[in-house]
Design a protein around this ligand. Structure first.
Ligand code: FMN
Length: 182
């Protein structure tokens, strides 16, 4: 099948996840393109879509949101998976013991659930390099909550990313091989 992976990424962490998803899907025999959400693409030729974004202040970036809005009718008729990259740190839970991956579901998951009936929605741990942050993001990170919730480091869980890509591949007709990327 032909799959389009669409992403929104401010500093590259989510682009890395999108590229990794594409790599695994290709290794499972699918033809996969990867595009930034803000790019104007013809969505019609694609059989399925994997759409994701970094989360900032609980929300996706503009690019993937606009992509979904531009193609909402077509997406509603085709298999769609949504992902988000966001929480940072090594603990699976927050200070109150709640599952971080649950707590950081972006508002778009709820908004798009009914419109697109996605086959899957997944949050992945992200990455943050403080030296690369734009001025405003640096300021947010200096606030007390920012200091607590936005530690520096690369926390992307490649095993979880790979496993999800294989789940998607298995759910797509035409899966011809077991993903073998290491
Ligand atoms: C200012 C700022 C705000 C953030 N807000 C959130 C948030 O609300 N929820 C979340 O899960 N992650 C949040 N993050 C973490 C980023 O989503 C994470 O670092 C992500 O992997 C960055 O991806 P990118 O490099 O593709 O932009 C925030 C990071 C910064 C710097």
């Amino acid at each position: 099948m032909t799959v389009l992976v669409v992403y929104g990424s401010r500093y590259g962490a989510t682009r890395g996840i999108a590229e990794r998803l594409a790599e695994i899907l290709r290794s499972c025999g699918h033809q996969v393109d990867v595009q930034e959400g803000s790019a104007l693409v013809d969505a019609k030729p694609y059989d399925a879509f994997v759409i994701g974004s970094a989360a900032y202040q609980g929300s996706w970036l503009k690019g993937p949101v606009e992509f979904v809005m531009r193609h909402i009718d077509l997406l509603a008729d085709r298999p769609v998976w949504l992902f988000s990259s966001g929480p940072l740190g090594t603990s699976p839970t927050d200070d109150e013991g709640r599952d971080l991956l649950e707590m950081t579901r972006p508002s778009q998951f709820m908004e798009l659930e009914e419109a697109l009936a996605p086959r899957g929605m997944r949050v992945f741990f992200g990455a943050l390099d403080p030296d690369r942050l734009h001025f405003l993001d640096k300021m947010v990170r200096r606030l007390p909550t920012g200091r607590r919730l936005l530690p520096a480091g690369d926390f992307r869980d490649w095993r979880a990313v790979d496993a999800w890509a294989r789940e998607i591949a298995a759910d797509l007709p035409g899966d011809v091989a077991q993903g073998g990327v290491s």
